[in-house]
Write a new protein. Structure first.
Lengths: 193, 215
């Protein structure tokens, strides 16, 4: 079973073999969590979404089209769940607080002063947090493309398939995302590596 | 073709997804255009920053798939909805206090807290009472006597109260975050079943606002 392709495993799940789902989970839980974590502000949310993604795969295995790639389908499910979750958080945040200002508090810009920091490790940590913050400043569509391309290493064609849009749109969003991250870092005085 | 038309090709070039013919065409343009060379350098620099300072992702928690959920039993849905309503109710009880301006005198009215926080809040309340007593004593004395009062000046008291107010605001923000987190998690598990509850909650929340009038 460990040598089976993802698509073979999904077909087995479709036939009722839930052990095959266990193999898929073992194979994909880390990459999926990594992808979702970079889109969501909290690791608890990323964990919930990963769990829900695999449950939906189990429930909807009969809808997986032969000839499609499993990873594309999995990323599509996870992405839709992430988008729904972010919309829900904004809705509840607006309802219970004074408005966008309160929900933006969680993504406040990190301190930009690196003066006096003793070592490179601290500087690297500050830069990582600055990058995380800058990623949160760009539009969600650009962030999705940037995460899938830069951190997950997918081809533009694969990303276009996941997002259901033309490849040129994906490249255009990638360009916008890179420019947006650069401007966000510059605005807060972070020196690029 | 203007320089802006190269945007997509720059990106494809950065990630080595241009075919050889496209690479040659791009290289020929870059030879002639300093502006595009500068833009490409900036994009490369951003890529380096993203790669070398990528936010650290913790290890994925184990996903345990216990099998298809199928239809949830009605009691589980009811329990989930009841839990969500309780959380919302707690938020609504606290919500008017969160939107009121901070009281100018008297002990701050605190929401119920976890056991671990009660001691902290009790200490904060005692500190506020002590500070307010000191402020009241200072205010009843003639100005020249305050110059010989021991220890604490009015400015220090004001700063201390401001510090406490900001601590309360941080606690309040944390509480709100917990409520939002619980509500969104509940919605994820129960699907759209909270939609109607959300409308009711919205109306209840609006009713707390003295400016709101129902038509």
């Amino acid at each position: 079973m460990s040598g089976s392709t993802d698509e073979d495993l999904v077909r087995a799940v479709r036939s009722g073999d839930t052990d095959s789902l266990g193999v898929l989970v073992a194979r994909w839980e880390q990459p999926l969590f990594r992808f979702v974590y970079r889109l969501m502000p909290r690791s608890e949310d990323a964990r919930d979404i990963c769990q829900e993604t695999f449950l939906r795969i189990l429930r909807s295995a009969d809808r997986f089209r032969d000839g499609s790639r499993f990873s594309t389908w999995m990323y599509q499910i996870a992405l839709n769940l992430c988008r729904d979750h972010l919309r829900r958080r904004q809705r509840w945040g607006r309802l219970l607080t004074d408005g966008p200002a309160a929900t933006e508090r969680a993504s406040a810009a990190p301190s930009r002063s690196l003066e006096g920091d003793p070592g490179q490790a601290i500087e690297r940590d500050e830069t990582s947090r600055a990058v995380q913050w800058a990623l949160a400043q760009i539009p969600p569509g650009q962030r999705e493309v940037l995460v899938l391309k830069e951190f997950e290493g997918l081809k533009f064609r694969e990303i276009a398939e996941i997002l259901g849009c033309p490849e040129s749109t994906v490249k255009s969003r990638m360009y916008g995302g890179l420019c947006g991250v650069r401007k966000a870092l510059e605005r807060h005085g972070f020196r690029e590596v | 073709m203007t320089c802006k038309d190269w945007n997509e090709d720059w990106v494809a070039h950065l990630y080595s997804e241009l075919d050889p013919e496209q690479e040659r065409t791009l290289a020929a343009h870059l030879d002639r255009c300093a502006s595009c060379r500068a833009t490409l350098d900036e994009l490369s620099s951003v890529r380096r920053t993203l790669r070398e300072a990528a936010p650290v992702v913790p290890s994925a928690p184990r996903v345990v798939v216990l099998g298809a959920r199928g239809r949830r039993p009605p009691w589980l849905l009811a329990a989930s909805l009841a839990a969500a309503v309780l959380l919302v109710g707690a938020a609504l009880v606290a919500w008017p206090r969160w939107t009121e301006p901070a009281p100018s005198s008297g002990t701050a009215d605190l929401r119920p807290a976890e056991d671990a926080d009660r001691e902290t809040i009790a200490r904060m309340e005692a500190t506020i009472r002590a500070l307010e007593e000191r402020l009241a004593r200072l205010e009843t004395k003639p100005p020249r006597e305050t110059l010989v009062s021991p220890a604490v000046s009015k400015q220090e008291l004001a700063l201390a109260l401001d510090h406490l107010t900001r601590r309360f605001d941080r606690e309040r923000a944390r509480d709100l975050e917990s409520v939002v987190q619980a509500l969104t998690a509940a919605e994820l598990r129960t699907g759209s079943r909270l939609d109607q509850t959300r409308e009711a909650v919205h109306l209840l929340a609006l009713r707390q606002d003295p400016r709101f009038t129902e038509n």
